[in-house]
Design a binder for this molecule. Structure first.
Ligand code: TYD
Ligand code: ZN
Length: 408
């Protein structure tokens, strides 16, 4: 069976989570496509394992990535003002750290982005450049290379622009299949003292919160400081900085620099020691996580069935990629969640992957309010609950399933 060896170091993987067969999380269908079954037959096994040598947690099933539908819309910071502000702060942070005194320097962002970071850097006189295969980037097409960052594409960029002081990525590295290619590209692209700064969902928070819905096709790697340190060292880099971020249910930002150029900041040893002390990468910890995931499924299905039996109405809120994992793993469909509201125009009027729950615009939420709203976009809970205060005032209640099922 393929998928049982670490995709980075080829050592055996130990599978600790198996959520069954899932559709691709971006496969939103028109109602007609859902009816005739077209485009809805692709399934992959959503299971995760940990490498016995390098500790990297990764998907173990073969995901048919070539079948991923093109999302016909650029990334818009999850429709979130909080996330937009987060990216502005990320840009300012880079200006204060890696780019201090570097007017005119080149800074690169990789991955689909709404351009907030690059705009913040450009406003301060830094030259921005994006690598994004789709060519779609909120910063504007003129400064986008429609390529993955690889040795070849990096060489072309360096020939045209010189080397970069910093390469930044958010929610991107966890989705990059070719990590050796990425590091070869970084080696070509970065100056001798340059840094690769990236942030992704943190396995430590996923486990702490039993956030099993962070597992889906577009998250191939679930990083920890322990596994990122090993990964960096494999490719001639070193983990020299780490920062905890509150967004998207808890992320870590990592700073990688070339071996021998910098001393690791004290936080690196702190986070590594914490991971060691709590046994984050120990098999028993990951097995206990998987046990809690099953309990959440049982509790969530029982609650939704009880509400239905009692004649209460329920709507979903946020047609997230995460909701695809929840709906598929828990067997939710329009029977238990008749519709889901979402602010993304390209999702509205379609149905969710696999579960075929119709997506409606946020305005439909109040027309009329359901009795309960299942918050699939729990990573934006504060922002959404603030926006939808009238729902609670009208007697509505939120259903959360992270870190456990509860009604608030
Ligand atoms: P996102 O945070 O990107 O999660 P995922 O990676 O799992 O898809 O998606 C958030 C979704 O929630 C997105 O489809 C937009 C929607 N949303 C709203 O409908 N209203 C809101 O106020 C916010 C912040 C998001
Ligand atoms: Zn490995």
């Amino acid at each position: 069976m393929t998928g049982t060896a670490c995709r980075v170091c080829a050592a055996p993987l130990r599978t600790f989570l198996d959520l069954g067969d899932h559709p691709l999380s971006s496969a939103f269908l028109t109602p007609a496509e859902a009816l005739d079954g077209a485009g809805d037959t692709v399934r992959y096994r959503l299971a995760a394992g940990q490498c016995e040598r390098c500790a990297l947690v990764q998907l173990t099933g073969d995901v048919p990535y070539e079948r991923r539908p093109h999302q016909g819309y650029p990334y818009h910071s999850s429709g979130s003002a909080v996330i937009r502000e987060h990216f502005r702060a990320a840009g300012l942070h880079l200006l204060r750290t890696e780019l201090r005194g570097a007017r005119g320097a080149l800074a690169v962002e990789i991955g689909r982005t709404d351009g907030v970071v690059l705009r913040t850097l450009a406003d301060a006189g830094v030259r921005p450049l994006a690598f994004e295969p789709s060519g779609r980037c909120g910063y504007g097409a003129a400064r986008v290379r429609p390529d993955f960052l690889t040795a070849a594409s990096a060489r072309e960029a360096v020939a045209a622009e010189g080397r970069a002081r910093v390469v930044y990525a958010a929610n991107t590295v966890c989705d990059i299949a070719d990590l050796p290619g990425l590091f070869a590209g970084l080696d070509e692209l970065l100056t001798a003292d340059g840094a690769f700064v990236f942030e992704d969902p943190y396995l430590g928070e996923i486990v702490r919160r039993t956030a099993f819905d962070q597992f889906y096709d577009e998250h191939r790697w679930y990083f920890t400081a322990t596994s990122v340190r090993a990964l960096a060292e494999r490719y001639g880099f070193r983990l020299t900085g780490v920062e905890r971020l509150p967004v998207h249910g808890g992320q870590l930002r990592y700073v990688l620099t070339r071996a021998g150029r910098r001393r690791p900041a004290p936080e690196v040893a702190e986070v590594l020691a914490e991971e060691e002390a709590r046994g984050l990468t120990a098999p028993a910890t990951l097995d206990a996580f998987a046990g809690r995931v099953e309990r959440v499924r049982g509790d969530l299905v029982a609650l939704l069935e009880a509400l239905r039996a009692a004649g209460r109405t329920v709507a979903g809120y946020g047609a997230t990629a995460k909701s695809c994992t929840v709906a598929t793993y828990c067997g939710l469909g329009p029977y238990l969640v008749p519709y889901v509201c979402d602010s993304t125009p390209a999702k509205q009027g379609r149905v969710t992957p696999g579960a075929h729950i119709p997506v409606r615009p946020p305005a439909a939420f109040a027309a009329p309010y359901p009795d309960y709203a299942l918050l699939f976009a729990w990573n934006h809970a504060d922002e959404i609950m603030a926006k939808e205060q009238a729902f609670r005032a009208a007697g509505g209640r939120w259903i959360l399933y992270v870190p456990e099922v509860r009604v608030v």
